[in-house]
Design a protein around this ligand. Structure first.
Ligand code: SME
Length: 151
């Protein structure tokens, strides 16, 4: 199965998980669980949520992570600031990368928009170099749109 097919297959499940769900933390936890199980190259997957003018750690699957990221800092803060998806093939080459785990080698961060503002980001780390491509970007951007109403 291609990556695109894998992401497409998850869409009905994600819709069902968040439909009429008032338990926002639980729903976001379930989305991370679904993604972590679906993709074997996902080492860490989670949400950082905009609150008090910074990104705050939200539901995730993976190892312990930093709580707060300032706007413009790290891959997550840069994605928030630029309002763009960022793919990093080698985290050591990204100036200002925030290393929550030394095992992380590549990363993708996708902004989640509500009313044209970034309200959160989806962050995914891999233990391998260059794990993420435009298919992950497209798939995760679709998922970002699906979960946006939760924020
Ligand atoms: N590497 C991220 C920080 C979050 S952890 O990867 C979970 C960054 O540079 O923003």
């Amino acid at each position: 199965m291609t990556k695109t097919e894998q992401y497409t297959q998850l869409i009905p499940q994600i819709k069902a998980l968040i439909e009429q769900q008032s338990n926002i933390v639980g729903a976001l936890c379930n989305v991370t669980a679904l993604l972590k199980e679906a993709f074997d190259y996902y080492f860490w997957v989670g949400f950082y949520i905009v609150k008090d003018q910074s990104l705050q750690l939200g539901p995730f699957q993976g190892s312990v992570a930093c709580y707060t990221i300032a706007k413009g800092k790290g891959v997550c803060g840069t994605s928030w600031d630029s309002q763009k998806t960022i793919i990093v093939d080698d985290v050591e080459q990204f100036k200002g990368h925030i290393a929550c785990s030394s095992l992380s080698r590549s990363e993708i961060v996708v902004p989640i928009f509500k009313d044209n503002e970034v309200v959160a980001v989806i962050d995914v780390d891999s233990k391998d170099l260059a794990s993420f491509d435009e298919h992950d970007a497209k798939g995760l951007e679709t998922i970002a749109q699906l979960v946006a109403p939760l924020f």
